[in-house]
Design a binder for this molecule. Structure first.
Ligand code: PFF
Length: 458
């Protein structure tokens, strides 16, 4: 361990940074529309089961590997299994960071644009007219330059935070933004619930409709449990590597999962109560945030304020997640190549931005370099990471502990900092095995569907 490796300043700072990574566009945008379309509470129950079994065990696994080695993923696997191919799991994580951040940065740019439009009262003319809101959104994202300019600003914010270091940048900003996200969302949720008709949104989200829960919903819930907790690409290994040996890792992981889940639920409440109160279409799917919400917020008294609050909190959530993705790349170049933090962050922030420009241009405003696949480059990057790279990375991490590093070594590190909690190694082994098996099945199911045109389930 290098002597001057950066460290988190406090336990709370670490938990807020790790949950800042977890809480992002996935919670506020993806979860509500997925739950809305896949059986409400029925979907939520499956999602909770996935988070508890697969999510929790892999978060703990990543924290343990990071804290043990005090290194980011490539170095960590290399240290625990020298001269083997396991380091490629670390490289897969670095590659996933490039893939995810390229399109995540584009969406971050859209959110930034919507912050500015909402502050300047631009939603007013969209009141009650989702068609007009849809046109505005489409015109914006298919433009050539405008989304790129916002994306560059969003990425520049990320770079700036990371250049300021683990404690002085990431931790400091997570400590400011995470509480603000919770407060703003809570205010919006209360506002939604007190609107006439708002409670219909709660029953839409929380009444179980098992008839809408298909096999495909179950696969979706599992895949989402990886994305939403930032698993499978070494983000939590990297964040765990800045810990000293005092922290209780089980307790920290439970906090991160609980905050992530609570914020997803709160976002669902805030969105659906408002959508129902104003009679908009709750099953709009992905367009819910950029199309339906601008047209409903502006119908409320003080609409500019509500709209601004929502997009500001979404911006902060996107930023704290994007930061954690870029930090994986930065930490690799610091740990393995000896670069300075500033040089690594600026150079690779710029490279990822350029890849992201191609995601943005593929929406219609320029070239689509994956036209031959029949998909936009943006969708290819999203699909590749969420369906394959993250689940494969997570599964290999579990297999690494079970088959290579060994449960006894893993338990020895896990137990440091949690002397008064008793946890049996048999239980850990069973849970990790279930996690790896479930994910292996999902990946097999995806590949099967690609080859035979029909999934085994879903
Ligand atoms: N967890 C983030 C979200 O829910 O939006 C996305 C994410 C962040 C995925 C960091 C992966 C990652 F490493």
């Amino acid at each position: 361990m290098s002597q001057n490796r950066e460290q988190w300043g406090s336990k709370l700072g670490f938990i807020l940074a790790a949950s800042g990574s977890a809480v992002g566009i996935g919670n506020i945008w993806k979860y509500p529309h997925m739950a809305g379309q896949n059986g409400g509470a029925a979907f939520t129950l499956v999602y909770l089961a996935c988070i508890l079994v697969v999510g929790l065990s892999i978060v703990i696994a990543e924290f343990v590997i990071g804290r043990k080695t005090q290194l980011s993923p490539v170095g960590a696997f290399e240290q625990l299994a020298p001269s083997t191919n396991w380091k490629w799991v670390g490289f897969l994580g670095v590659a996933s960071a490039f893939v995810i951040l390229s399109f995540y940065g584009v969406v971050g740019g859209w959110v930034l644009k919507y912050v500015i439009v909402s502050i300047t009262g631009g939603f007013n003319e969209l009141a009650g007219d989702p068609d007009a809101a849809g046109k505005v959104f489409n015109t914006f994202i298919t433009d050539t330059w405008s989304p790129i300019i916002y994306q560059v600003f969003f990425m520049a914010f990320c770079v700036w935070v990371i250049v300021n270091g683990v404690k002085g940048g990431i931790e400091k900003w997570s400590k400011i933004m995470m509480p603000l996200i919770v407060v703003l969302l809570a205010v919006l949720a209360v506002r939604g619930m007190t609107l006439p008709g708002g409670m219909k949104g709660i029953s839409f989200l929380f009444n179980p409709r098992f008839e809408d829960l298909t096999a495909n919903s179950i696969v979706l819930a599992l895949g989402h449990s990886f994305f939403t907790v930032s698993l499978g690409m070494g983000t939590m290994i990297t964040y765990g590597s800045y810990l000293n040996r005092k922290q209780n890792l089980l307790n920290s992981a439970v906090w991160v999962i609980a905050l992530d889940t609570a914020i997803a639920m709160l976002a669902g409440i805030a969105i659906f109560t408002t959508v129902f109160a104003l009679g908009a279409n709750p099953a709009e799917g992905p367009g819910l945030i950029f199309v339906v919400l601008p047209s409903v917020f502006s119908q409320l008294a003080g609409g500019t304020l509500w709209g601004t609050m929502f997009f500001v909190l979404l911006f902060m959530a996107a930023l704290t997640s994007a930061i954690s993705i870029l930090e994986v790349v930065t930490a690799y170049f610091i740990d393995q190549k000896g670069w300075s933090r500033k040089k690594a962050t600026i150079q690779f922030g710029a490279v990822i931005t350029v890849v992201g420009v191609f995601c943005s241009l593929s929406m219609g405003g320029g070239v689509n370099i994956t036209e031959f696949l029949g998909m936009t480059f943006f969708d290819v990057m999203d699909y590749l990471s969420a369906k394959y790279m993250l689940p494969i990375g997570g599964m290999l991490t579990a297999i690494f502990i079970l088959r290579k590093w060994g449960i006894p070594n893993f338990m020895a590190e896990l137990k440091i900092g949690m002397e008064d909690t008793n946890i049996s190694s048999g239980l850990v082994q069973i849970v990790l095995t279930i996690a790896a098996a479930v994910v292996a099945f999902i990946i097999f199911n995806e590949v099967y569907a690609e080859i035979f045109g029909k999934a085994l389930i879903g």
